[in-house]
Structure formats: structure tokens, C-alpha cells
Design a protein around this ligand. Structure first.
Ligand SMILES: NC(=O)c1ccc[n+]([C@@H]2O[C@H](COP(=O)([O-])OP(=O)(O)OC[C@H]3O[C@@H](n4cnc5c(N)ncnc54)[C@H](O)[C@@H]3O)[C@@H](O)[C@H]2O)c1
Length: 246
């Protein structure tokens, strides 16, 4: 039997990058997935690439909008009969030093990561508490552990996700719902490939394993936290960083 046989997962920001890799891995482990993302065409294309409607379903959802997030979790129940796993992964960066960062750039990043994660966590937990089981995985970042220059908005949001994860984990542990976080380091995706080569090289130099990760390596940690392999873990933060900032 595969790790996630018969389970249904919602993955925000699932159209590409780490979210898409998590969807691929979950399906390989026997799950069906509902992808929530901003761009409907990209999300439909992701569903086709994942194997079509038997295993995947696309919903246009902005994580900052509670009504759209309610519709997203409801779509999992309507399409595949339940919601067993929620992955709050959608994210953006608006990097700038404090001197140059606008209030809008600060608010946007806090909104997408922190409010988005709060929306996904509470709305998924509402369904999972009825079923007395479920696993929620919040994608934080090593930037939230150590703080990175040019990321006062992003580091604050990603550290906030850790607090949110732990507080929410305590609220619903007795209901059979587990909530954990992952802090990825440098992962190859559109988000990091947009960085100047100089910054990429600086980051690589800080990584004991000497390389960036593939999105599939974050997906492996997500599969572990989604499955019964982590049945006695809640409120934990897994670092997937190649040893960076340990
Ligand atoms: N790539 C890395 O090195 C790295 C490191 C640490 C943490 N992370 C985190 O991992 C997550 C995924 O990042 P990625 O590298 O795959 O990025 P990405 O840019 O490739 O993908 C992000 C996805 O989120 C979607 N999205 C953005 N705003 C949204 C919103 N408001 N509502 C719904 N969807 C939205 C985008 O459309 C996109 O499909 C993010 O939370 C990011 O902060 C990434």
C-alpha cells in the first residue's frame, strides 16, 4: 500500500514549483489533489500534467481571500469526497531593504503568506476536526528562522507561520489533526531562478551540502508529514536546507 492511498490533498500555489512537486509526489503515493492557484490556465495545465481529472482538480483561488479559500477546501470534499491533507504553500517575494521597501510590498507579503496560511489552516481544520483526522503542512522558510537581508517582510511572515503552526497545532491536536511546518532553504524554482547570479552564488556558499535542492526534495518531507509515518508529530518544523543555518 502506498503512503497516501485514498487520501485527498489541497495544495495552494500548486501550479508550479514546490507546490507542483508536492502534488506529483502525493499522487505517486496514491493521493488525489486539488490545486488552488491564482492563474487558472497554469493550474489547468498542471492538472493535465499530473494525469487529469481522475487524480487532480484545479480551482482558481487567492489564498488571501477567505471566501475563495472556503470554496477551495469545499471543492476537495465535492470532487474527491473529503479533505485529509492541506498544504499551505502559495507564496511571493517582494525583496527590498527596509529603506526601500514600500508599505504595499510589506503588506502584500504578509497577506499572502501569513493570512493565506491562516485561512488555509483554519478552514481545512474545520473539515478535518469533523473527520477526527487530518494533516496540515505549512511552508515556512529558513528566512523565518534566521532573517535575511532584504526580506523584513518575508522573514516576518515566514517566522509568523511557525507561531501560527504551533498555536493551531495545540488547538486541534486532541481532535486528531496534526499541523507541522517545513522550512526549505535554497530550492530551484521560478522564485529563486529570478535571483541575480551573485546572490545565488552567495547563498550556495552558505550551504554545507554545496548545492541547491530540487523541489522534489521538499516534496519528500511533505509526504512524510502528510502520512502516518509522522503520526506522533505535531507543531514541528522540519528544515530542508542541506545543512544551511543549522
Ligand atoms: N524556492 C525556494 O528556495 C523557497 C525557499 C523557502 C521557502 N519557499 C516557499 O515555498 C513556497 C513555494 O515557492 P516556490 O519556490 O515553488 O515559488 P513559485 O513562485 O515557483 O510558486 C508559487 C506559486 O504560488 C502561487 N501564488 C502566489 N500568490 C498566490 C495567492 N495569493 N493565492 C494563490 N496562489 C498564489 C503562484 O501563482 C505560484 O504558482 C512559497 O511559500 C515560498 O515562500 C521557497
Amino acid at each position: 500500500m502506498a503512503l497516501l492511498d485514498g487520501r485527498t490533498a489541497v495544495i495552494t500555489g500548486g501550479a508550479q514549483g514546490i507546490g507542483f512537486a508536492i502534488a506529483q509526489r502525493f499522487i505517486a503515493e496514491g493521493a488525489r489533489v486539488v490545486l488552488g492557484d491564482l492563474n487558472p490556465e497554469a493550474t489547468e495545465a498542471a492538472v493535465a500534467a499530473l494525469g487529469g481529472p481522475a487524480v487532480a482538480h484545479a480551482v482558481r483561488a487567492d489564498v488571501t481571500d477567505a471566501a475563495e479559500m472556503q470554496a477551495l477546501v469545499d471543492a476537495a470534499v465535492a470532487t474527491f469526497g473529503g479533505l485529509d491533507i492541506m498544504v499551505n504553500n502559495a507564496g511571493i517575494t517582494r525583496d527590498a531593504t527596509m529603506r526601500k521597501m514600500t508599505e504595499e510590498q510589506f503588506d502584500q507579503v504578509i497577506d499572502v503568506h501569513l493570512k493565506g496560511c491562516w485561512n488555509g489552516t483554519r478552514l481545512a481544520a474545520n473539515i478535518m476536526r469533523e473527520a477526527k483526522s487530518g494533516a496540515i503542512i505549512n511552508i515556512s522558510s529558513i528566512s523565518g528562522k534566521v532573517g535575511l537581508v532584504g526580506q523584513t517582510n518575508y522573514s516576518a511572515a515566514k517566522a509568523g507561520i511557525v507561531g501560527l503552526t504551533k498555536a493551531a497545532a495545540k488547538e486541534v491536536a486532541h481532535l486528531g489533526v496534526r499541523i507541522n511546518a517545513i522550512q526549505p532553504g535554497l530550492i530551484r524554482s521560478a522564485m529563486t531562478e529570478a535571483m541575480p547570479q551573485r546572490i545565488w552564488d552567495q547563498k550556495l556558499a552558505e550551504i554545507p551540502m554545496g548545492r541547491a535542492a530540487e523541489p522534489s526534495e521538499v516534496a519528500s518531507a511533505a509526504a512524510f508529514l502528510a502520512s502516518d509515518m509522522s503520526s506522533y508529530m505535531t507543531g514541528c518544523v522540519l528544515e530542508v536546507t542541506g545543512g544551511r543555518h543549522i
